[in-house]
Design a protein. Structure first.
Length: 340
């Protein structure tokens, strides 16, 4: 099949996913104008709108190739470009013990959340998505981990939708710990950096306290985001090893790591060594964000609304218990490091 023929097959579905993504951006703009902030991100809106379109009017079979292309290949490209936004330079501003402590918190939180999800009857992949999302960096972690563990569209949509709601709730509730439980500014900034999902949400949660809280929370959060690379690398190896074992095949180490993980780690390394010009970082982040929203629109267009609704109660329970567990582990780290 020629490139032109392939493009003709993909184009209808790609055009639809792009249109839904554009509508999501427009909805986010309206939200920002009316409410003064982005309380629901465009990628979550893209999933919701995609589900709505699919529910209101069943899609033609001709749309499927382009939707699948957007959900898989464009998402993988977005993950590769995401690596350029992560730099190991954040480590320079943190002590060795704090870095080690953050890594331990992430590992313990992922393990605890996975067990909580499984105990509540969630499928292994959905439990993994929630565990990584809550423990590392919310939506970005879920989006990055999903293709690595080969999660399906229903699982991705459920994890993103319900953890997004919880992430917003955390931003509103977290300041109460500072104002009513006698925490110091460094303690609160560290807690916010360890528990809040995204960097902008860390800013929203710490800004009402002080500039020092913002700086502390942001630093801790950036170090926490660095855990995404090792986690997706290990998950890629585990997933491919299990698949090889199931199929009765063995493979070499290099074949166990998906290409986009190598690309993600490669760009992260290049950024860390200063080999990616600063002028390129923002455009790469922008392109990654746009491709991610298009991919999320495609996922929404592939989702059975009944499947997401059916998992809703268990997902929100697992995510809530996970966040509480993460908070407890994080507070334990603050006490252990004697942060004052």
């Amino acid at each position: 099949m020629s490139i032109a023929q392939r493009a003709n097959i993909i184009l209808p579905g790609l055009a639809l996913t792009s249109a839904v993504a554009l509508l999501a951006y427009a909805a986010e703009h309206v939200e920002t104008s009316l409410l003064g902030g982005r309380w629901i991100e465009s990628l979550v809106l893209a999933i919701a709108l995609g589900i709505a379109v699919c529910t209101i009017r069943p899609l033609k079979p001709s749309m499927k190739p382009g939707i699948d292309f957007s959900a898989k290949f464009l998402l993988e490209i977005a993950i590769v470009l995401l690596g350029a936004s992560i730099s190991l330079s954040a480590i320079r501003g943190a002590g060795v013990w704090l870095i080690a402590g953050i890594a331990i918190v992430v590992v313990l939180s992922i393990a605890a959340t996975y067990m909580i999800g499984r105990a509540l009857g969630l499928p292994p992949k959905l439990a993994t998505l929630i565990a990584c999302g809550n423990s590392i960096c919310g939506n970005s972690a879920i989006v990055a981990v999903a293709p690595v563990i080969e999660a399906d569209s229903q699982e991705i949509a459920a994890a993103l939708a319900f953890t997004a709601v919880l992430g917003i709730a955390a931003v509103f509730l977290l300041p109460f710990f500072y104002f009513h439980f006698g925490m110091s500014v460094p303690q609160y900034g560290t807690l916010a950096g360890l528990t809040v999902y995204a960097v902008p949400q860390v800013l929203a949660a710490t800004a009402p306290v002080s500039l020092l809280a913002v700086q502390t929370g942001t630093l801790v959060k950036l170090v926490r985001v660095l855990m995404l690379g090792p986690v997706i690398f290990l998950l890629g190896i585990i997933t491919k090893t299990e698949a090889a074992g199931t199929d009765g095949r063995s493979g070499h180490h290099h074949s166990l790591v998906p290409w986009f993980i190598c690309g993600f780690l490669g760009l992260m390394a290049l950024r860390s060594f200063g080999l990616i010009p600063d002028a390129l970082v923002t455009p790469m982040e922008t392109v990654s964000g746009i491709l991610t929203v298009i991919a999320m629109a495609a996922l929404g267009l592939s989702v059975n609304i009944r499947s997401v609704a059916h998992a809703g109660g268990r997902v929100i329970t697992a995510a809530t218990l996970s966040l509480l567990t993460l908070g407890a582990i994080s507070y334990g780290l603050i006490v252990a490091l004697q942060i004052q």
